[in-house]
Design a protein around this ligand. Structure first.
Ligand code: UDP
Length: 238
């Protein structure tokens, strides 16, 4: 029974509605694409449908690997029922190849391999521009405890290992991606989404950019590339 739909929160790419169950929400994937802290924004037809489908396949597969996610049920092509989690205001970024802000901040060359992958934490705070935080900052701001951070690190590495291999099997290189977690009862659960909006993915043979960088850099064919990723994932499911 999920008829009651009061909007709880609206983000750049998703809306969150309450349901009759206090511990569940409906997440609605919008078509809006944004970049540069919302300065660039555009509606891309069906992007929400494609990202919902991709994220659901990935979350379902991660569940099978023993990773707890917020996904309860797929409602329709744009909406899922998810566990209402107490979101930890951190973006956990995993990097396997130098790109984006890491290249800018460090001067490392884009495309350079990062052996074993590295993690970064960003503070989810639009007004501050989502700054990079270290573990001391996280403790200082009481965003998560030391042991919670250790759990986040373990989960992020485990998810990374699984996703690297999964994408490799469909001819894609997982360059980097962002995860968000939340608390539910005494557990830490994967929330938000994993999609080409939140990952960098390059075609293994041509190195073609298949992710949101197509939007950020005005490369065109954004949803065509997202759909290509979905089609490759669907072939695995078949
Ligand atoms: N990312 C994201 N949301 C953000 C910031 C980053 O999903 O608010 C993802 C981004 O798509 C990329 C990875 O995290 O896959 C690393 O992003 P980076 O720090 O390089 O930032 P960018 O240069 O993309 O803004």
């Amino acid at each position: 029974m999920t008829e009651v739909k009061r909007l709880l929160y609206e983000g750049k790419a998703k809306q969150v509605f309450e349901t009759q169950h206090t511990d569940e929400v409906i997440i609605h994937f919008k078509d809006t694409a944004t970049a540069f802290n919302g300065k660039k924004s555009e509606d891309l037809m069906d992007k929400g449908i494609i990202n919902n489908a991709i994220s659901n396949i990935l979350f379902h597969r991660l569940e099978k690997q023993g990773i707890k996610t917020h996904l309860v049920k797929i409602l329709n092509d744009r909406e899922v029922i998810a566990q209402k989690i107490d979101i930890i205001p951190l973006e956990v970024v995993v990097r396997n190849i130098v790109a984006g802000s890491l290249a800018k901040r460090t001067g490392l060359k884009e495309g350079e391999n990062i052996d074993g992958g590295i993690l970064e934490f960003y503070y989810k705070d639009d007004d501050l521009g989502d700054p990079l935080l270290n573990k001391d900052h996280i403790e200082l701001l009481t965003l998560a405890t030391k042991s919670e951070v250790a759990v986040l690190e373990g989960l992020a590495h485990q998810i990374n290992q699984y996703l690297i291999d999964l994408f490799k099997s469909i001819g894609l290189i997982l360059v980097d991606f962002k995860l968000e977690f939340g608390r539910y009862k005494d557990q830490i659960i994967l929330g938000d989404e994993i999609s080409p909006d939140t990952c960098r993915l390059w075609d293994s043979s041509t190195k073609r950019i298949m992710d949101k960088d197509r939007f950020r850099k005005d490369l065109g064919d954004v949803t065509t590339s997202y759909r290509e990723i979905l089609d490759r994932l669907k072939q695995l499911e078949a």
